[in-house]
Structure formats: structure tokens, C-alpha cells
Design a protein around this ligand. Structure first.
Ligand SMILES: Nc1ncnc2c1ncn2[C@@H]1O[C@H](COP(=O)(O)OP(=O)(O)OC[C@H]2O[C@@H]([n+]3cccc(C(=O)O)c3)[C@H](O)[C@@H]2O)[C@@H](O)[C@H]1O
Ligand SMILES: Nc1ncnc2c1ncn2[C@@H]1O[C@H](COP(=O)(O)OP(=O)(O)OP(=O)(O)O)[C@@H](O)[C@H]1O
Ligand SMILES: NC(=O)CC[C@H](N)C(=O)O
Length: 717
């Protein structure tokens, strides 16, 4: 005997507080699930208001409008969207307290409100600021529904709490909300042991490089392999108004195998995946794990909400519907993640901000090259979406062309042409710039099809210096190579860098005007996560842009991404960029030689910076514990004194420059060690940069090592 069920999980590109758009996407996903023959459709966490509402979740309006949206869905569930269990996510107030909830409804009735039982407060997450977790395990209470719901269906009450739905055919459906899968004792454990057949997880899970592997292979598959059962994972996808990119990857799994998998990075506004599975196989799989059957007999039952609805296909339908075959999934490489996540985020930002394109100061170095390549990747994604018939992409692209394109023109559009239309790059040279970087910038822009220009900004630099000279009665600062001191040398560098920012904003505002086109451009920032951490950037220079797609990515991963673009898309102009040593080109050449390279300037290599960054976060190391950790890690190549000097140098630079993190351009969040001060890494920005107590503690350990003969000579490799 089989008990076949057909189920759907969704990914939707929700937008915080866009209730109309969110409702439309939810309705579309329910329609798609119905068309796929499903009898259950799972949406994502807080999908009605959008996961990223943040402090708007404290406003009663957010809950009020969410109920209004539910009322619309409820109405439709009596009509064209009937006979499918619809599970949606929204905030719910109960006894003066806000809960992050899932609502299960069917044929005009709210069947259950299931509040989240474990808040997520790691990294960017701040759920406890807005919600409380539901503590009453296996308990249901009565919830008085708001009038807007009662007006639709005359229903006054529905159950709220940690309950499970039991269908008319005996199939049981339990609920988890995102973090409940990640906690040590995931909710699925108790539910699986107590015999729940299908577990639904609605998530608001954002992208971090290398994270999806853990989510899918270790958590989702780990949970169902160990405990058996059918598991549906739905997630938001896209930029819903913040630095985060929710990375979809809807999944349907059973007993440790995947049966349906949605895309991680896609531009489509709704995606629905469906699978036909046999509930009977849950019984047989679990029953064979004999030890867990003993645990199962001990487990307490959940309160059931009984629904007179059959989720299993009837006999004839079941005979006609083959079971879905399991899939083999290959996880994307880091380079592929970089080539998709930030570009998809930029596209959402561009179309939702209703701006007309991007302005990028292109230096011929690696960072701005990486950003240019990301825009090119974005254009490829958009063209793919267009060519696959995506109506939203059609609408958004046509908007960028002033709604002037007909179907045939849209079909002919290439990614290079799109790039030429929306990406404006400019080489902003000074007397310290080299011919080589100028040529590299031009060659890359040409290869990706960007609209490129090259200007000299020396007149502006000299004019500003002249103002200073007049104001100070003739004091003219000089570069170090000309005999100037450190302050003069830095000021002369910073004026070039800052003027690039001013000129970039001017070009962003007026480049389209100059071409007789409407609109303005978003300025793209290009500071990577390592530079931000070390503070190796000028405050309010080109790092002060509108958005920065690489502010959460380290130099090492960016190098890998450039290599990937070189081989995957044949962008051979990247060869010269990759071969050249990273340099700011802010100081004059000395005897025709480059005096300034990033690594020499910083006093550390990008590789070392990556290690410091990860030890600081998520490693939670202060100076002393970082020193101890590095004695083990680097002991084979550096003496303890050298390691101590490196750690002290890093922390001194970090402390001197931390104030720059308070004004960092909003950047795509991609790393656990991001120094973003606004949402992720909350720290003071006024430090005692000498760290007297901490550094003395390091010195005491050095003394101990010396006395024990463990601190002999430096063995730098
Ligand atoms: N604790 C604190 N809280 C608030 N502000 C603080 C502060 N400490 C210093 N300041 C202020 O910060 C300012 C100094 O910072 P800032 O003006 O950024 O200048 P600063 O950090 O001194 O110099 C910029 C550094 O970035 C390097 N760099 C490298 C590569 C490229 C680029 C580039 O931009 O293209 C730059 C450049 O070589 C130099 O080492 C001063 O106004 C100072 O008073
Ligand atoms: N000559 C230039 N023309 C245009 N933009 C420039 C120029 N020099 C610097 N910039 C802009 O300022 C940013 C920071 O400059 P910096 O010299 O620190 O480069 P970087 O961080 O090493 O990046 P890149 O590798 O792109 O040079 C660059 O990424 C670029 O956007
Ligand atoms: N919304 C959540 O509960 C997020 C949970 C989880 N830690 C994640 O990163 O995906």
C-alpha cells in the first residue's frame, strides 16, 4: 500500500513592508503549487511582511496589515485557491506579546497558529528584540481572531501553540520555524520521535559564503537521515531592503535524501518546488531504526488539531502519479557563490530603488575589477531570466530602457548591451597613476561592454591644495619622496582619494543627463572586508558609495573570483590585473619605481589579515588569545616575538581605524568576520590603541617562553 502525498515548498523574493507585492507573490506561489497538484504549500518565515522588517516589527501596523493580507488569502482559499493547506508566516500579537508565527489555513478557516520556539540572535539576527519564543511545549491555547478575519469566515477562535495537524487520512504535519532546525535540540527531534510524518520549516535564512552546505547537508539531510520523515524547507530569496541576501534553496527531503531542490540564487520572484512522496516510507524507515523506536515509546504526544481533509492522493490519482526520484545535488564553489549572490542582490537593489544604473570608479586594480565583473555577472543573470520568459525581469529591464523596447528588441538584447546601458565606469587618473592601470581599466571595461571614460583630476587636486596654501600663508605639503613628513604624505594621498569620491557622485548624478537620458546612477563602492577591518582606506573616499557588493568578501576570495571570471567568461583583460601587485597609486614613483604597495603599506599581507579577521570574528579573540592561537598556527614559521609584533600591529591598526567602520558603505553581507558596525559587529570606536593591559599580558607570556628556552631565534620562512 502507498500513501502518496504531493507537497510544495516555495521561495519568494519578498520585500519588507511591501504588503501588496508580497501578497501577489504569495498568491502566485499558491497557484503554482495547486497547478503542480499539491495539497500543501509552505511559504517562508514572516513572508507576509518580509523577514527584514526589523524595528517595524514593533509597530502594530505591521501586524494589522499582515492580518489584512491573511484575510485576502483566506477569502481566496474558499474560492480558486481551495483544497490546499496554505502555510504562511507573519507576526502575531497574543496577550500583549509579539510572536513570530506560521499560520495554517484551509478552505476559509484558520486551523492553527504555530509560534516560533527558538529565536535567532546570532550575527545579523536580532529576533529577541522583537519577539519572544513560545515556551509552552506541546500546549495549545485559544486565540481570538481579529475582526478582519471573522468578517471573512465568521470564525472567532483558532488554536495557538506547539501543536501538530492531523489530517483526515491520519497523516501528521508538524512545524518548525528557521532557527528551530539550528538549535542543539531541534524541534524536529521530538516531533519525529512522536511520529510526526511531515515537518515544515519556514525560514528567513540569508547567504553567507560556504553556509548553504551546512544548511542542506548537515542540518536538513542530517535531521531526516537520523530521524526519518518528510521535511520541507522554504526560504525567502533576494534583497528585502537590507545588506542581506536570502538565498532560497527550497528543499524537499525524505529519510536523508533530497527529492526537490530550488535555486539558491535566482532572479525569479517566485519559485515553487514540488515532490510526490510516500508517507508509508517514513513508517518503514523509522521502524528499522530499532533503538530510536524505544525512544519513541517514551516520547510525549503533541496536541493534535484535526482537520477533515485528506492530504494523500486518492487511489486512482496515486496510481497515475509516479513517486519523485531522489536527486544528487552539487554545492556551488565559493567563486560561483560570489558570481551569483552579490550580483542578484545588486539587481534587486537597482530595480527596487528605481535608479537607472551604476557608476563605478575603475582603477585597474583588483577590487574595482571584481565589482565590474559582478555587474557583468548580474547582466548575464538578467538576460538569462529574460530569455527564460521571466515577466518581472522583462518589466524591470524595459523600465531601464525607458519602456522603449518591444518584444523583439528584448529578445535580441545581450548581456554586454545591457551592461553598456547601465554600467558607467571611469578611470580617475592623477599624476601618480600609471599608464598600465589606465590601460587595464579600459581593457576590462571594453571586454564587459561597460560605458567607460578616463579623466585626469589633477586640476581639482591642485586647486584644493592651493586653497590650503593661501589659507596658511604659503605652506605647501610635500610627499615623503619629496622630503615631506608622514602627515603631509598622507594628506596629499587622501585629497586625491576624496576628490575621486566627489567626482564620482557628480558623474553618477549627471552622466545620463549628459547623454539626454533620464535618471541617475548608484555609486558602487569597492572596499573589501580586509581593508575595512585594517582601516586601510581613506574615510569618505570612494569607499563612501551608495552600496558595496564586495564589502563582505575577503581579498583571497576576490582573487579566486577574478580567476573564475577569467576562465569562465574569457575575460583575459583580468590577467594583467591579477598579475600586478595591489597598489593605491597615491604616491609618486621614485626613480621610476613603485614605492607604494598595499601589503608593504599595511605592514601585513592580505593572507595574514584574513587569519586575523577570522580569529577576531567568529573566533572571538582579543589580542592575548589571538597571540596564543597564532603561536600554534604560525609557530613553524615565525618566532613568538614576531607573532607578538604582528598581533600588536594588527590590533593597533584596527583600533586606530575602527571609527571608519561607523561610516562604511552598506555592503552585501557575505562573511562571518565582516566588520560592519551597523548590523553585524557591534564595537566601540574609541579605543586605547596601545592596549596596555592586553599587550603587557602578551609580553609576560613572551618572558615565560624565553625563560623556558622556548623563545629562541626568529625562524621567519
Ligand atoms: N578614534 C577616532 N574617531 C574618529 N575619528 C578619528 C579617530 N582617529 C582618527 N580620526 C580621524 O580620522 C581621520 C583620518 O582618517 P583618514 O582621513 O581616512 O586618513 P588616514 O587613515 O590617516 O589615511 C588613509 C590611509 O588609507 C590608505 N589608503 C590606502 C589605499 C587606498 C586608499 C584610498 O583611499 O584610495 C587609502 C592610505 O595610504 C592611508 O594609510 C582624521 O580626520 C582623524 O582625525
Ligand atoms: N585611478 C583611479 N581611477 C578610478 N578609480 C580609482 C582610482 N584609484 C582608486 N580608485 C577608486 O578608489 C578605490 C580605492 O582605491 P585603492 O587604491 O584603495 O584601490 P584598491 O582598494 O586596491 O582597489 P583596486 O584594487 O580597485 O585598486 C578603488 O577601488 C577605485 O574604486
Ligand atoms: N531566521 C532564522 O531563524 C535564521 C536561523 C539560522 N541561524 C540561519 O542563519 O539560517
Amino acid at each position: 500500500m502507498t500513501r502518496k502525498v504531493r507537497l510544495s515548498a516555495c521561495c519568494m523574493n519578498q520585500w519588507s513592508l511591501d504588503f501588496a507585492g508580497n501578497l501577489e507573490r504569495i498568491l502566485q506561489s499558491i497557484r503554482k503549487a495547486k497547478e503542480a497538484g499539491s495539497r500543501l504549500r509552505l511559504g517562508s518565515e514572516l513572508e507576509i511582511c518580509g523577514y527584514g522588517c526589523a524595528d517595524h516589527l514593533l509597530e502594530p501596523d505591521t501586524t494589522t496589515h499582515s492580518w489584512e493580507v491573511v484575510a485576502e488569502i483566506l477569502q481566496r482559499s474558499k474560492d480558486d485557491l481551495s483544497d490546499i493547506i496554505i502555510v504562511v508566516g507573519m507576526p502575531v500579537f497574543y496577550k500583549n506579546t509579539a510572536y513570530n508565527c506560521l499560520i495554517a489555513l484551509l478552505n476559509g478557516k484558520i486551523e492553527l497558529i504555530r509560534p516560533k520556539m527558538a529565536m535567532c540572535d546570532d550575527d545579523n539576527y536580532r529576533e529577541s528584540r522583537w519577539f519572544v519564543s513560545w515556551r509552552k511545549q506541546r500546549t495549545l491555547e485559544q486565540f481570538l481572531l481579529p475582526d478582519v478575519i471573522t468578517d471573512v469566515n465568521k470564525q472567532r477562535f483558532c488554536p495557538i501553540g506547539d501543536g501538530v495537524i492531523q489530517m483526515g487520512d491520519g497523516v501528521t504535519v508538524g512545524f518548525e520555524i528557521c532557527e528551530e532546525l539550528w538549535t542543539a535540540k531541534g524541534s524536529y527531534l521530538d516531533m519525529s520521535l512522536s511520529g510526526v510524518d511531515i515537518i515544515l520549516n519556514a525560514s528567513g535564512s540569508h547567504h553567507v559564503l560556504r553556509k548553504s552546505n551546512k544548511r542542506l547537508n548537515r542540518l536538513i539531510l542530517g535531521a531526516t537521515e537520523k530521524n526519518g520523515g518528510i521535511y520541507l524547507f522554504s526560504n525567502q530569496r533576494g534583497c528585502d531592503g537590507d545588506r542581506l541576501y536570502y538565498d532560497g534553496s527550497a528543499t524537499i527531503a525524505q529519510n536523508g535524501s533530497i527529492y526537490a531542490q530550488g535555486a539558491q540564487f535566482e532572479l525569479a520572484e517566485t519559485e515553487v518546488i514540488s515532490a510526490t512522496l510516500d508517507v508509508e516510507r517514513v513508517d518503514s524507515y523509522r521502524n528499522r531504526i530499532r533503538s530510536s523506536r524505544v525512544e519513541s515509546t517514551r516520547s510525549e504526544s503533541y496536541p493534535y488539531v484535526q482537520i477533515d481533509f485528506r492530504v494523500c492522493l486518492d487511489e486512482l490519482e496515486a496510481l497515475k502519479t509516479p513517486l519523485t526520484e531522489p536527486l544528487t545535488i552539487t554545492m556551488p564553489t565559493v567563486e560561483e557563490e560570489i558570481a551569483s549572490g552579490p550580483p542578484a542582490w545588486m539587481w534587486d537593489y537597482l530595480r527596487r530603488s528605481k535608479q537607472s544604473g551604476f557608476f563605478l570608479p575603475l582603477s585597474g586594480g583588483r577590487d574595482s575589477a571584481a565589482v565590474a565583473c559582478m555587474v557583468s555577472c548580474m547582466c548575464r543573470m538578467v538576460i538569462n531570466a529574460l530569455h527564460s520568459g521571466d515577466k518581472q525581469a522583462y518589466h524591470d529591464v524595459n523600465y531601464l530602457f525607458g519602456n522603449s523596447l518591444d518584444d523583439a528588441a528584448i529578445k535580441r538584447l545581450t548581456h554586454d548591451q545591457l551592461c553598456g546601458h547601465i554600467l558607467f565606469t571611469c578611470y580617475l587618473g592623477t599624476q601618480n597613476s600609471s599608464k598600465e592601470t589606465k590601460e587595464r581599466a579600459g581593457a576590462l571595461a571594453t571586454q564587459i561592454g561597460a560605458s567607460h571614460s578616463s579623466v585626469l583630476i589633477d586640476t581639482a587636486v591642485s586647486a584644493v591644495i592651493k586653497i590650503f596654501e593661501i589659507a596658511t600663508g604659503g605652506r605647501l605639503p610635500r610627499f615623503r619622496v619629496e622630503g615631506g613628513e608622514g602627515r603631509e604624505n598622507l594628506a596629499l594621498q587622501n585629497i586625491q582619494a576624496r576628490l575621486r569620491m566627489v567626482i564620482s557622485y557628480l558623474f553618477a548624478q549627471l552622466s545620463l543627463w549628459a547623454k539626454g537620458r533620464p535618471g541617475g546612477l548608484l555609486v558602487l563602492g569597492t572596499a573589501n572586508v580586509d581593508e575595512c577591518l585594517r582601516g586601510y582606506l581613506t574615510k569618505y573616499d570612494c569607499s563612501s558609495a551608495d552600496i558595496n557588493p564586495i564589502g563582505g568578501i575577503c581579498k583571497g576570495d576576490l582573487n579566486g573570483f577574478l580567476q573564475y571570471c577569467l576562465s569562465k567568461f574569457g575575460l583575459d583583460s583580468l590577467t594583467g590585473i591579477l598579475d600586478a601587485p595591489p597598489t593605491a597609486e597615491l604616491e609618486p614613483l621614485q626613480d621610476g619605481q613603485l614605492v607604494q604597495t598595499d601589503e608593504a603599506d599595511m605592514g601585513m599581507t592580505y593572507e595574514e589579515l584574513g587569519v586575523f579577521g577570522r580569529l577576531r570574528l567568529p573566533g572571538s579573540c582579543g589580542p592575548y588569545s589571538m597571540f596564543i592561537a597564532l603561536l600554534d598556527k604560525w609557530g613553524h614559521k615565525h618566532s613568538p616575538h614576531e607573532i607578538a609584533a604582528k598581533v600588536k600591529h594588527f590590533f593597533r591598526c584596527y583600533a586606530i581605524n575602527r571609527h571608519k567602520a561607523t561610516v562604511l558603505t552598506p555592503a552585501y553581507h557575505a562573511e562571518h568576520y565582516s566588520p560592519d558596525d551597523h548590523r553585524h559587529d557591534h564595537r566601540p570606536f574609541l579605543y586605547n590603541v596601545d592596549w596596555p593591559w592586553q599587550f603587557k599580558r602578551i609580553d609576560r607570556t613572551l618572558e615565560l617562553l624565553e625563560k623556558s628556552g622556548l623563545c629562541t631565534n626568529a625562524t621567519q620562512s
